[in-house]
Design a protein around this ligand. Structure first.
Ligand SMILES: CC(C)(COP(=O)(O)OP(=O)(O)OC[C@H]1O[C@@H](n2cnc3c(N)ncnc32)[C@H](O)[C@@H]1OP(=O)(O)O)[C@@H](O)C(=O)NCCC(=O)NCCS
Length: 236
């Protein structure tokens, strides 16, 4: 990806819901994702403020901007988790303001996400994390007007051959059937994922990101789709 001219770009790690950068992040979050596809801002705020930096897992909200460094110049946001048990990451939301899409900003912010997940793994376990999960709507790969899937492909992120169900934290009845994607950070996970790793990772995602117990019935269904084989292929 080439930039036409060198421009000043910056990122800020948002550490509190009282930060002006949190307000900028919340604006992009709400204008990009409908309430059906996201949690209310108060859930994000509560989680960010209750997060302990010393814990085994981590929630990060990063904002990306260009030009002078102030919250009004925020152009993109990423909300993501480091998950200790599976030594992997989950990117919950990545969004670039509509007027600034297709300019390489999403990819730049995603590189920051990868670096921080690597750092989290190395600091907490002295071990390089395996990769980063994310989710897309099931129809996205087949929708010519939606470039999200092109974006993920370009960023070396591919669908996993399994069933994926996403329950909302704030609304017990909202369950979305999505496609789970994986972006490998280590060579050995480049083409296929061991089922045992996948089982640990889906438990992490349900417990840490969705706040569900290990006996959650949806998690049981997802696990069922993992059990059948030793490896799961990344669909390219
Ligand atoms: C998905 C999203 C984050 C991508 O960010 P972006 O800054 O627009 O993407 P980039 O400019 O870094 O593009 C990277 C690659 O994605 C693909 N891509 C992005 N926009 C595209 C478009 N309009 N047409 C075709 N391909 C496109 C290309 O392959 C591109 O690589 P290239 O420029 O080398 O061809 C952004 O479009 C967005 O905010 N979408 C809405 C929210 C969303 O769906 N988020 C993802 C799920 S949480």
């Amino acid at each position: 990806m080439t930039m036409k001219h060198a421009e000043h770009v910056w990122t800020v790690q948002v550490d509190s819901s009282r930060s002006e950068y949190f307000v900028a992040a919340a604006q992009i979050y709400c204008s990009t994702f409908s309430l059906q596809d996201r949690e209310p801002v108060r859930v994000l705020a509560e989680r960010l403020d209750s997060e302990s930096a010393a814990g085994p897992n981590a929630l990060h909200i990063d904002v990306f901007g260009t030009g002078a460094k102030f919250s009004g110049n925020t152009k993109a946001i990423a909300v993501y988790h480091y998950m200790s048990n599976s030594n992997s990451g989950l990117l919950s939301f990545l969004a670039v303001k509509k007027a600034f899409r297709g300019m390489g900003y999403g990819s730049r912010l995603y590189s920051v996400v990868k670096r921080r997940i690597k750092l989290d793994g190395l600091q907490r376990q002295s071990l390089a994390p395996t990769g980063i999960f994310c989710e897309v709507r099931k129809d996205q790969p087949h929708n010519p007007n939606d470039h999200t899937f092109d974006f993920w492909k370009q960023n070396n992120t591919f669908p996993i051959s399994m069933e994926w169900l996403h329950p909302r934290i704030s609304s017990e009845d909202t369950i979305t059937s999505l496609t789970l994607l994986f972006s490998p950070l280590v060579r050995s996970y480049r083409h296929r994922l061991p089922s045992a790793f996948l089982a640990r990772a889906v438990e992490d995602i349900y417990q840490i990101a969705y706040r569900k117990p290990l006996d959650d019935p949806l998690l049981a269904r997802v696990r069922e789709s993992i059990k059948k084989t030793h490896y799961h292929t990344l669909l390219r």
